[in-house]
Design a protein around this ligand. Structure first.
Ligand code: FUC
Length: 730
């Protein structure tokens, strides 16, 4: 459960190791003479209601240590079983140790520096605003504050200023044992200290309420309160509370895909990646993670523990960047060091944010999904207004790029909103939480159906088709693209089901049923492919990273080998033409698509290729600098390979590859709020268990045969699945 390195990180995003508590995040370099801790807070965004703006870096904490002598036994480590990062080394017979964590219960970050000989720590602490604001210091700590007025992201074309400018503030409180600490020129000098503890917090005045103009109280009061409370708590207690809170989520799933030989499992993570790829140990890893090329001549060493680690790492990352009450994970989760980040580090709604959240429920992190719902509900009023103003339709739509104030950019993309709504449906389908469905999801479904009612047009054959648009993000602008058609079908299906479950809107439901039956459906084209466009124009040489006509296979459920075998075969033809290699998130999606098409070996080959080519040494997925969707999409793929529940039954090991003949998994979730444990040997299920908080039965497919199984009653650990619209505290 560890990522570890024998050297400090040099490159942000590729070598630094992330920590976070949902709201606050940091990337830690672990430098010996200079420690750099790069800081983020989720709500530090530029933008307004007409432009997504961009997510911003917050600042950096630097610690310069007085160092003399030779450093030995350096080890930098992230324990994802406890969500604690450590750095250890020795010099002149003194052992130095650092510990870093971000506590969700205490709401702050804690960094502790110790040595086993008293008085060994001397140096200087600085705190820097990413916008060059002034830092003030007193003997207790450091602080900076500012306002985002005057900053504009380079992609915000017609903007010289945004209508919204958030206030922000960061504070570090410093405590020490032994020696002395004093303020000096906006920094803190520490001399002959035994133990140094830094408590850090940052925030903005953002609230997710449009009627409050997106701004609430200045963050200073909350920051000061959290810091004084945390610094008055014994360190051991802070740490214990943090680990307990983290493990209450993380420990729900255990995954064993087979044993790795100790010689490989013990390698530092960067070397382990080289071994996995079949490269030469000790060599630089640079050429490995270019995201595209995979040298088939390199025979990598099997490392099933790494394959499982990458999946559990996704759970670590999700717990660290998306907790109830927070904003959802953006393109980089919460970690970003740039004020002009790639793709605004935003919420892309034509696959990326949806992919971030595909695995949360299957991987038993239902609570971590709630920020997605809260964000989506918060932006609806803005989206509705712009839709009415520009398109004249009821309901709402969005565009590919989205921010936190409802502003969106790029062309209108009709299917995007229905795709976002699909995640909401899935949250209900997994948790069975009707209150959630009634308050957070169904109102969105209903309004989106009205939008589709307004935009669908009858074609010459009497079928309903979406207006001209793009199939993300390539090809011509045409009517009735599979992207839109499949998503309308999905939305209508979810709306029909939801209105039945809630016992509401019978007449409306009938109308939606009629619309669904009249939709132009999936078509098989001249080379046997599943058509991406209404016209039979797919190019068999097209290897574009998006393959939006597969939404019906995964994450949707319109096309499946058991229900629509011809369409499933056509999907295989298209996916074969698209090929396996692509950028990280595209590979990740392919794992799940092939798992749904029940080809476990193919899914495995893609998963293997993703690790070989698309992970940087810190196991984050590259799409320079990195993009977290592929980490999350990878975990979704593993879940789909081991368990599926979209087709009315729970299927165990639907796409198990030969590479994992023996293994076990516990704690995965199936639709209907079942928790599932599976053990297998020689590719066959040898033991399984279904639990549920309520007495209920399920049809379970085990080794090709179905059986009716009564679940054992077990309380549900998901504490916060009952969501009310989150009023995010400033
Ligand atoms: C979509 C993708 C790009 C990138 C961006 C953030 O536009 O096509 O590859 O992932 O989102």
């Amino acid at each position: 459960m560890n990522l570890w390195f024998a050297t400090p990180a040099e490159r942000w995003g590729e070598e630094t190791l992330p920590i976070g508590n949902g709201r606050l995040g940091a990337m830690i370099f672990g430098g010996i003479a200079r420690e750099r801790i790069q800081l983020n807070e989720e709500s530090l965004w530029l933008g307004d209601e007409t432009d997504p703006g961009a997510y911003q870096a917050f600042g950096d904490l630097f610690i310069d240590f007085d160092t003399k002598g030779e450093t030995k036994n350096y080890r930098r480590e992230l324990d994802i079983g406890r969500a604690v990062q450590t750095v250890g080394y020795s010099r002149d017979d003194v052992n130095f140790r650092r510990e870093y964590f971000t506590s969700h219960p205490a709401g702050i970050m804690v960094f502790r520096f110790t040595a086993d000989k008293p008085g060994s720590l001397s140096g200087m602490i600085s705190l820097a605003d990413s916008r060059n604001g002034t830092t003030t210091a007193n003997s207790n700590g450091l602080a900076f504050q500012g306002n985002l007025a005057g900053f504009v992201h380079s992609q915000s074309k017609n903007k010289t200023a945004y209508d919204i400018a958030l206030d922000y503030e960061a504070r570090a409180l410093v405590r020490h044992e032994g020696g002395s600490v004093e303020a000096k020129d906006g920094k803190l000098a520490f001399q002959n200290v035994d133990t140094l503890t830094v408590y850090l917090d940052a925030g903005t005045n953002y609230v997710n309420q449009r009627d409050q103009k997106w701004r609430g109280e200045h963050p200073r009061r909350a920051i000061t309160e959290r810091l004084s409370k945390a610094s008055a708590t014994p360190y051991a207690e802070l740490l214990t509370d943090h680990v307990k809170d983290y493990q209450s989520l993380f420990n729900r799933v255990a995954l064993d895909l087979g044993k790795t030989s100790p010689g490989i499992a013990d390698l530092p993570t960067n070397q382990r990646l080289i071994s996995y790829r079949g490269g030469e140990l000790g060599k630089s890893t640079d050429s490995i993670y270019d995201g595209q090329s995979d040298d088939p001549n390199l025979k990598g060493k099997p490392d099933p523990e790494l394959e499982a680690l990458v999946s559990q790492y996704a759970r670590y990352l999700m717990i660290s960047c998306s907790r109830p009450g927070d904003l959802p994970a953006n393109l980089q989760g919460i970690w970003n060091e740039s004020n002009n980040p790639m793709w605004r580090c935003d919420y892309h709604a034509d696959v990326n944010i949806q992919m971030n959240y595909w695995f949360t429920n299957p991987a038993n992190l239902g609570e971590c999904f709630l920020p997605f719902s809260a964000w989506l509900n918060s932006i609806v009023p803005v989206r509705r207004e712009e839709t009415k103003r520009e398109l004249g339709f009821r309901g709402w739509a969005t565009r590919w790029e989205n921010g936190i104030f409802g502003g969106a950019a790029c062309p209108w993309s009709m299917g995007d909103a229905a795709w976002l709504a699909q995640n909401l449906w899935d949250h209900y389908a997994f948790t069975g939480d009707k209150e959630y469905l009634r308050t957070q999801a169904y109102p969105i479904f209903k309004e989106l159906c009205e939008f589709w009612e307004d935009i669908l047009k009858e074609n010459a054959d009497g079928k309903l088709v979406a207006p001209p648009g793009k199939s993300p993000e390539h090809g011509p602008v045409t009517a009735g693209n599979s992207y839109d058609q499949q998503l309308a079908h999905d939305l209508f299906t979810n709306t029909i089901n939801a209105s039945r479950v809630l016992g509401v809107d019978e007449n409306f439901r009938k109308k939606v049923e009629t619309m669904r039956s009249r939709l132009l459906g999936p078509k098989i084209g001249k080379w046997g492919q599943l058509q991406e466009w209404a016209e039979d124009i797919d190019d068999p040489k097209d290897t574009h990273r998006h393959f939006s006509h597969m939404i019906g296979v995964f994450p949707g459920r319109q096309i499946a080998p058991s229900t629509t075998p011809e369409l499933a075969d056509a999907a295989k033809v298209s996916m074969n033409a698209r090929g396996d290699a692509s950028t990280g998130w595209s590979r990740a999606w392919k794992i799940s698509v092939w798992a749904r098409l029940q080809d476990g070996n193919r899914a495995y080959r893609i998963l293997n290729g993703l690790i070989r080519t698309s992970l940087t040494p810190n196991l984050l997925a590259t799409h320079p600098p990195f993009q977290i969707d592929a980490n999350f999409g990878y975990a979704a793929g593993i879940c789909e390979m081991l368990l599926q529940s979209h087709a009315g039954e729970i299927e165990l090991l639907p796409a198990l590859p030969q590479a994992w003949p023996n293994g076990k998994v516990s704690g995965l979730k199936a639709r209907g709020n079942f928790t599932v444990d599976i053990e297998w040997k020689a590719g066959k299920v040898t033991h399984f268990r279904l639990t549920s908080p309520e007495p209920r039965q399920a049809t379970v497919r085990v080794n090709g045969e179905t059986q009716t199984v009564s679940a054992e009653i077990l309380p549900d650990p998901t504490v916060a699945s009952r969501a009310t619209p989150e009023n995010r505290p400033a």
